[in-house]
Design a protein around this ligand. Structure first.
Ligand code: AMP
Ligand code: MG
Length: 501
C-alpha cells in the first residue's frame, strides 16, 4: 500500500484544500485517481514553487511526496479530476478534448493571513483519462524536463506562466517516435482553465454551464468585472476585455524576450493570461521573425511573428464562445478591440526597457525599434546575446564584440549612432542598470535543454539542476557559467521539436 499523506505531512504551512473547480459539478470533469508511474524517482524539483505551497526542502526529499507527485497514494482532501474542454487546433474546430493526461489534484487555499491566493496542483502524465483519445495518458521525460525548466525560466523572466513543482521519472517505457521513458510533471497555477473550456460549453449549447463557468472565473479571478460600469455593466464583456488585456501583456513579453510558444491552439490559452502547455516552444537563437519552432506546424501558423495576431484570433474564439452571455456582438468586439493598443503599448514598453530608454517616448526617432529588429533579422544576429552586449556597451564597455555580431557594420553603426543620441539623455548608469535587468544573460535555448535531457536519460540530473539555477536568476552574471550563455552550436539548427511529447 502506498502512503497516504496525513494532513500534517501534506503542507507545512497549514494550507487546506478548497477545490472550487470541483465544486462546479460533474458536467465539468470526471473524477478519477491518478495512475502513478512505477518505481518513481526525483528528477528535479523547484524549491521556489514548493515554497509557494508552504512546502519546505524536507518535502522535496521525502518519499511520501515522491509517491504523491508520481501519482501514487492519496493526498487527503484532494479531489483528483480530469476536466473537459474543447478547442480550435491549428485554426480548425477540434471538438471535445480535455485533460487527456493531466489531473487536477485540487486547489490549495492558504492559511488565513498568508497573503497568497489559492493555487491548483496538477499532475501531467499521470495516466489515461476519459479524454485521452488515442493517447496513452503519459508524458515523456524529454518534454517534462523542457516544461519544468521553461516554466521556472519564464517566471524568473517576469513572464506570466504556470509554475512547475517537480519532475518525477520512471523507467516505464513510453513510445513516441522512438522508445522513451515516462515522467510526471507537477504544475501549479491559480487556475488551469483555458479558452477551450468556454468553447466547450458554448459550442455544445450548454449555456447554463457556460454561465456557471464564467461566473466561477469572474468570482475567483476577475472580481472587478462583477462591479464594473464599463461595457454597460455587462460582466461577461468585462471578463472578455480583462482576458484580452492580460493576453496582450503576456504575448508582448513573449515577443520582447524572443519566446515562441509553438502550439497556440485555443485549448492552450489560459483564461488568466498565463503561458501554459509548454511543448515545442523555443527561445530564438538568431533573430528570425518568421521562425517556426514546431516541426509539426507545416504552414507556419504559429511562427514567432504571428503570435500577436494568433492570440487575437484566439481571443475572437473566446469572444464568440462568450456571446450567448454577452448577448451583443458589438459589445464583444468592443471588449476585444483594446487588445491591439494594449499589445502595442506593452511591446513598446518592454523594448524601451531593453534599450534602457524606459522613460523616453521615442517621439524623436519613432522607427528606432523597428529598424533595429530589421537589422537583427537581416544580419541573423543572436537575439539574447545582442541585447546583453548592448547592455554592457551602455554601461561603458567597448562596442567591438557588439559590432562583430553584424555582417553589415555600416548599417549597424548608423543605427548605433541614432541610439546613442537618445542614450545620452538618460543619466549615466541608469540605462545600463535597467538593461541588465531587462535583457537576460541566460535563456533556455533548445540545445541546452537537449544536453540536459541527454544526460537525464543516463540518470544524470546535474545539468537540469545547473540550468534551473541559472534560469532562476537569468539576469545575474553567474561567473564561470558563460558557456551556458553562448551562441547555439551548429547542431542546434538540426533540432526538430514536434508536438510529440
Ligand atoms: P497538447 O497539444 O499537448 O496541448 O494536447 C492536446 C490534447 O491532447 C489535450 O487534450 C491533451 O490532454 C491530449 N494529449 C496529448 N498527449 C496525450 C497523451 N500522450 N495521452 C493522452 N492525451 C494526450
Ligand atoms: Mg494542451
Amino acid at each position: 500500500m502506498l502512503p497516504t499523506l496525513t494532513e500534517r505531512a501534506q503542507l507545512d504551512a497549514g494550507w487546506r484544500w478548497a477545490n472550487r473547480f470541483a465544486a462546479l459539478g460533474p458536467d465539468f470533469y470526471t473524477e478519477l485517481a491518478p495512475q502513478g508511474v512505477p518505481e518513481p524517482y526525483w528528477v528535479a524539483a523547484s524549491r521556489a514553487t514548493a515554497s509557494l505551497l508552504g512546502l519546505g526542502e524536507d518535502a522535496l526529499a521525502s518519499s511520501a511526496w515522491l509517491q504523491a507527485l508520481a501519482g501514487h497514494g492519496h493526498l487527503e482532501g484532494a479531489r483528483p479530476l480530469a476536466s473537459v474542454y474543447s478547442g480550435h487546433q491549428f485554426g480548425v474546430w477540434a471538438g471535445q478534448l480535455g485533460d487527456g493526461r493531466a489531473l487536477l489534484l485540487g486547489e490549495l487555499a492558504p492559511p488565513p493571513g498568508h497573503g497568497a491566493g489559492s493555487l491548483e496542483l496538477q499532475l501531467k502524465g499521470s495516466g489515461l483519462t476519459p479524454y485521452s483519445r488515442m493517447g496513452d495518458g503519459r508524458a515523456v521525460l524529454r518534454s517534462s524536463i523542457r516544461e519544468f525548466l521553461c516554466s521556472e525560466a519564464m517566471h524568473a523572466l517576469g513572464v506570466p506562466t504556470t509554475r512547475a513543482l517537480s519532475v518525477i521519472g520512471s523507467d516505464l517505457p513510453v513510445y513516441r517516435e522512438e522508445p522513451e521513458t515516462a515522467a510526471v510533471v507537477a504544475r501549479v497555477a491559480p487556475s488551469f482553465i483555458r479558452f477551450g473550456h468556454f468553447e466547450h460549453f458554448s459550442f455544445g449549447n450548454q449555456h447554463d454551464l457556460l454561465r456557471q463557468l464564467a461566473d466561477h472565473v469572474i468570482d475567483q479571478h476577475y472580481p472587478a468585472c462583477r462591479s464594473t460600469s464599463a461595457f454597460g455593466g455587462n460582466s461577461y464583456a468585462a471578463l472578455l476585455h480583462a482576458v484580452a488585456l492580460r493576453t496582450a501583456q503576456m504575448v508582448a513579453q513573449w515577443q520582447a524576450v524572443g519566446f515562441c510558444h509553438g502550439v497556440m491552439n485555443t485549448d492552450n490559452m489560459s483564461i488568466l493570461g498565463l503561458t501554459i502547455d509548454y511543448g515545442p516552444f523555443q527561445f530564438l537563437d538568431t533573430f528570425d521573425p518568421g521562425h517556426i519552432c514546431n516541426h509539426s506546424d507545416h504552414s507556419g501558423r504559429y511562427a514567432f511573428n504571428r503570435q500577436p495576431q494568433v492570440a487575437y484570433w484566439n481571443l475572437f474564439c473566446l469572444g464568440q464562445a462568450l456571446l450567448p452571455l454577452i448577448e451583443d456582438q458589438d459589445l464583444a468586439i468592443a471588449a476585444l478591440e483594446p487588445y491591439k493598443s494594449s499589445y502595442a503599448d506593452a511591446f513598446a514598453r518592454h523594448m524601451r526597457a531593453k534599450l534602457g530608454l524606459a522613460d523616453l517616448t521615442l517621439e524623436s526617432d519613432p522607427s528606432l525599434i523597428e529598424d533595429l529588429l530589421q537589422l537583427l533579422a537581416r544580419n541573423r544576429v543572436d537575439y539574447t546575446i545582442f541585447w546583453r552586449r548592448l547592455s554592457h556597451m551602455a554601461g561603458g564597455t567597448d562596442p567591438t564584440t557588439l559590432r562583430e555580431l553584424f555582417g553589415d557594420r555600416p548599417a549597424f553603426d548608423a543605427w548605433l549612432l541614432r541610439y546613442s543620441e537618445l542614450l545620452r539623455l538618460i543619466p549615466q548608469g541608469k540605462a545600463a542598470d535597467l538593461m541588465l535587468k531587462s535583457n537576460p544573460k541566460f535563456v533556455l535555448r533548445n540545445h541546452l535543454a537537449e544536453e540536459a535531457i541527454a544526460a537525464a536519460k543516463q540518470k544524470d540530473y546535474s545539468l537540469v539542476q545547473t540550468l534551473l539555477t541559472l534560469l532562476e536568476s537569468p539576469f545575474d552574471e553567474h561567473p564561470g557559467m558563460d558557456a551556458y550563455a553562448d551562441f547555439a552550436p551548429a547542431w542546434a539548427a538540426g533540432i526538430a521539436i514536434s508536438c510529440s511529447s
